[in-house]
Every structure is written in structure tokens, then in C-alpha cells.
Design a protein around this ligand. Structure first.
Ligand SMILES: NC(=O)c1ccc[n+]([C@@H]2O[C@H](COP(=O)([O-])OP(=O)(O)OC[C@H]3O[C@@H](n4cnc5c(N)ncnc54)[C@H](O)[C@@H]3O)[C@@H](O)[C@H]2O)c1
Length: 437
């Protein structure tokens, strides 16, 4: 009986090695157990279907703008290939957030209404009209400006709009913003302003452009440079086509601007070729319209302000040098088409209608004051004799050409100048609106 009270659990805890086993243990059975588990009862099929659904959902909710890979005839085949490989291997342009569409922060299922766009120099003349169009299209716009020549009044009608932000910032300093597109306009554009501090002008063009290209690369944004017809210098070819390399004085008083913009173009193309940044280059010819700086030395604003103030119209040289004059709404349309299109450029954006300075003075007399006198002064250094864009390329590849003639555009500018000069203030309200016939 005593034996029934003895605890026998020790026997169960005996090591297995003591027990008899007909076959040795198979260690690979432990390894394949999870695989066999997955294969059983069609579990693998469920896993694959789950992955497929997740892929589909992520693809549909990808909020990146799907830019086409540049296909410009300005690019060599090898550059295009580099671009394709880079695009495919990074899942986007550049790297960093761009490769993830810089959009992981938007909750799944919430669709973005517009693009996030930076406009440097957006408080200036051209920039502010561009901002108006982008905001009207439903984009979110961040203006970056140091107010050297720009004015808050040019954009203050957007204050309070949640799609608009204004940052006082000098582009020679780096800046980090999450955006889809960068329109880079920041640069003093009139001779009076760019000659005021020539070293700062070339630094803005070189370092400022470098900073904005760096930003574009970092966040995978598309970058548009507003270059200028000044890159052709005093051209030996007329009209100027984009393939013309120009005739520029590298040591003259205008060189800070001309050479600065040429270098900015070089940097832009090098970032495109070397870092696969999506870029666009516009070469802008003389543009006029409301919100231009009064007294900035540009010929149209000069003549209009002088005629309104009953001062003589100053014509430099013999007045036979020619220019083409583009109304600002035409330019803005061209810039937006270029940014949205698939061609890198450069593209001439200008009005091919050619006027001598004397002819322009006559149009101003007809529009403002038929009795306005003309006064001749010695010509300024390096003033180009002829300027007229060949816009065949923009017509063919962007489907763009100017619509507003000088005689139709000038009165709109005159009413804006009249308000600002004579204090009948409605600042910022001046728009580019007009019928484009
Ligand atoms: N208007 C034209 O006829 C014309 C012709 C050719 C090229 N462009 C180019 O178009 C762009 C815009 O010209 P615009 O006529 O509107 O000139 P603008 O002077 O009215 O505008 C330039 C803007 O850039 C800002 N800016 C200048 N330097 C800056 C800096 N370092 N950091 C931040 N902001 C700065 C100014 O404050 C201003 O708001 C310029 O790049 C210019 O070179 C204009």
C-alpha cells in the first residue's frame, strides 16, 4: 500500500534520450514547419491576394504628380536613358521624399486638389501674375521673396487664403519646403536694379539658383528657371533661335545679369543631366503689364510713367534699336505650359512683333498723351541693337503663342500706373484680365 503514495511525476521529466525511438529526430522538420503551415488550407493564396489588394490601394492613393519623363529633342538619347533609369530605380525623380512622392503625410483616401508650388520672386511683377493664375487653378502657392524689387501689395489680395503663403527669404540662403514644383524667378530684372548691386545680382543668380535646384533634387520637385533673352547679348543672329549661343560681353556693366542667367542655365542643365532633376528653362523677352516697377528703367514702364507725369519720353541713342513687347498674361500662360509640358527647353517666350523705340514712343503718345515730347539721350553701354524672338519651337512643342497686341495691352498697364502714380490706390488689384483676340 505504501507504494501507492510515492510521487511518480519524476518519471515523466526523464530526458527523452533515455526513451526508445525507432528513428533519429529530423531537425529540418522544425525549419519547414512554417512553410508547411502556409501551404496548407490555401493560406498562401490568401496571402498573395492580400498583397495584391495592398499594392492596388497604394498605387491608387499615390498623390505624386506623374510627370512624363523628359523627351525633349534638346536631350541626347543617353540623357533620356539616364533619366528613365533614375526615375524607375528611385520610384520618382531625385531621391529622398521625392521617391516616396513626398506625400506620405496625406491620409490615405484624401485626394489632393492642387499642386504645392513655390514661386521665388513671387511678389514681383511677373511672379505675382503667375501666383494669381496658379491660385485660380486651385494650387497651393508659397511665395518666397526678399522684397528687393517686389512688393507685398502685389500679392496682398491673397492674404487670408489658406492656399497662399508668403515667406520673406533671400534665395541665396538654403530653404527646405515640401513642394511639387518650383518656379524660380527671384532676381532683380531691370537694369536699374541689377546694376545697383551687381555682385549681389550674380550671387542671386548663381547661389540662389543652386539652392533652388538643391531643393528640387531633395524633394523631387520639378524646377523652372526664368532665364532671359539677355543670354543672347547683342545678337549677331536675328531673330534669335534657342540654338544660338549669343554674343555676350563677360566684363560689361550688364554682365552680372547676362552671365548670371547664363550660369543659372548651365547649373539647371547640369542638375538635370547629373542628378536627374526635372527642369524647364524659359528665355523671357521684354514683358510689360500692370504691377511693373515704376521708374525701373525698363523702356515701357519709363515711357508710360513719363507720359503720365507730362515729362518728355527719353529715347536712348537714335531710337532705332528694336525690341519685342509681350503682355504679361501671355508670358504667364507660356510659363505654365512649359512647366506642365514634357520639354526641357530652353524656350523663347516673347512676342515676335518688333518695334523700334521710336515706334513704341508713338504708341505711348497715342495711348496716353499725343503731345508728349521725345527727348534723345546718349545710349547706355552694351544696349543690344536688335531683339526679336523666334518662337517656332514654343509654337510647335508648347502650342503657345502670344495673343495680346501692344495696342491692347498698353492701356491696361496705363490704368494701373495711373492709379499708383496719382494715388488712386487700388494696389494689388491690377490684373492681367483682357480678351485675348
Ligand atoms: N519682365 C521681363 O521683361 C523679364 C525679361 C526677361 C527675364 N525676366 C525674368 O523674370 C523674372 C521676374 O522678373 P520681373 O520682371 O517680375 O522682375 P521683378 O524685379 O519685378 O521681380 C523679381 C522678384 O524677385 C525678388 N528677388 C530678387 N532677388 C531676390 C533674392 N535674392 N531672394 C528672394 N527674392 C528676390 C524681388 O524682390 C522681386 O519680387 C526674373 O528672373 C527676370 O530675370 C523678366
Amino acid at each position: 500500500m505504501g507504494s501507492e503514495l510515492i510521487y511518480r511525476g519524476h518519471d515523466e521529466a526523464q530526458p527523452l534520450s533515455d526513451s526508445y525511438s525507432p528513428k533519429p529526430p529530423k531537425p529540418w522538420l522544425a525549419v519547414t514547419r512554417p512553410i508547411r503551415y502556409v501551404l496548407r488550407e490555401q493560406r498562401l493564396v490568401f496571402v498573395l491576394v492580400g498583397i495584391a489588394i495592398a499594392t492596388l490601394v497604394f498605387t491608387l492613393s499615390d498623390r505624386r504628380p506623374h510627370y512624363p519623363i523628359p523627351n525633349s529633342h534638346f536631350l541626347s538619347e543617353s540623357t533620356r536613358l539616364t533619366h528613365q533609369v533614375s526615375y524607375q530605380s528611385h520610384g520618382g525623380f531625385g531621391f529622398g521624399p521625392g521617391s516616396l512622392g513626398s506625400g506620405g503625410k496625406i491620409p490615405l483616401g484624401l485626394k489632393r486638389k492642387g499642386l504645392r508650388i513655390v514661386v521665388t520672386g513671387g511678389a514681383g511683377f511677373v511672379g505675382s501674375h503667375l501666383v494669381d493664375r496658379l491660385i485660380a487653378r486651385g494650387d497651393s502657392v508659397i511665395v518666397v521673396d526678399n522684397f528687393f524689387t517686389g512688393r507685398k501689395e502685389n500679392v496682398m489680395h491673397h492674404f487670408g487664403n489658406p492656399n497662399f503663403e508668403l515667406i520673406r527669404h533671400d534665395v541665396v540662403e538654403p530653404l527646405l519646403l515640401e513642394v511639387d514644383q518650383i518656379y524660380h524667378l527671384a532676381c532683380p530684372a531691370s537694369p536699374v536694379h541689377y546694376k545697383f548691386n551687381p555682385v549681389k545680382t550674380i550671387i542671386s543668380n548663381v547661389v540662389g539658383t543652386l539652392n533652388m535646384l538643391g531643393l528640387a533634387k531633395r524633394v523631387g520637385a520639378r524646377f523652372l528657371l526664368t532665364s532671359t533673352s539677355e543670354v543672347y547679348g547683342d545678337p549677331l543672329q536675328h531673330p534669335q533661335v534657342e540654338t544660338y549661343w549669343g554674343n555676350v560681353n563677360p566684363i560689361g556693366v550688364r554682365s552680372c545679369y547676362d552671365e548670371g542667367k547664363r550660369t543659372a542655365e548651365t547649373l539647371t542643365m547640369d542638375y538635370h543631366r547629373g542628378a536627374a532633376v526635372e527642369v524647364r528653362i524659359a528665355r523671357i523677352f521684354n514683358t510689360y503689364g500692370p504691377r511693373m516697377c515704376i521708374d525701373d528703367g525698363r523702356v515701357v514702364s519709363n515711357f508710360v510713367a513719363q507720359a503720365l507725369r507730362k515729362e518728355p519720353l527719353t529715347v536712348y541713342g537714335d531710337g532705332k534699336q528694336t525690341r519685342s513687347f509681350q503682355y504679361v498674361s501671355d508670358l504667364v500662360e507660356g510659363l505654365m505650359r512649359l512647366m506642365g509640358g514634357e520639354h526641357v527647353g530652353p524656350f523663347n517666350l516673347g512676342n515676335p512683333g518688333e518695334f523700334t523705340m521710336l515706334e513704341l514712343a508713338q504708341v505711348v503718345q497715342e495711348t496716353i498723351d499725343p503731345n508728349a515730347r521725345i527727348e534723345f539721350r546718349p545710349n547706355t553701354e552694351d544696349d543690344p541693337h536688335k531683339r526679336k524672338p523666334d518662337i517656332t519651337r514654343a509654337k510647335e512643342l508648347l502650342g503657345w503663342e502670344p495673343k495680346v497686341s501692344l495696342r491692347k495691352g498698353l492701356p491696361l498697364m496705363v490704368s494701373d500706373f495711373r492709379q499708383r502714380i496719382f494715388g488712386d490706390h487700388k494696389e494689388g488689384g491690377a490684373s492681367t484680365t483682357m480678351s485675348s483676340d
